[in-house]
Design a protein. Sequence first.
Length: 94
Amino acid sequence: MTKSELVTNIKEKISYLSEADCLTCINNLIDFVGDHLSTGNKFEIRGFGTFFTKTRQARTVRNPKTGEQIQHKTSAYPCFRPSKLLKDRINNLA
């Protein structure tokens, strides 16, 4: 599902909101979650799951084209852990 499809689905379920309002809400939520995660905090939505960050340690990698060794810096990346409720809901559909 794309962001525009999500906006359309929300608009259909909540008819008094305009598409622009739905898009603004979704963009604000994405910005909030990103800002919250960038400070190293978790973001939990009960019944859905938890967003958190993990850290990749610095390491030496190799460019496959040239064979040159490159030092890759430590970096953080986002992760998602679904809640038990979400897992159960998905498994019941299968």
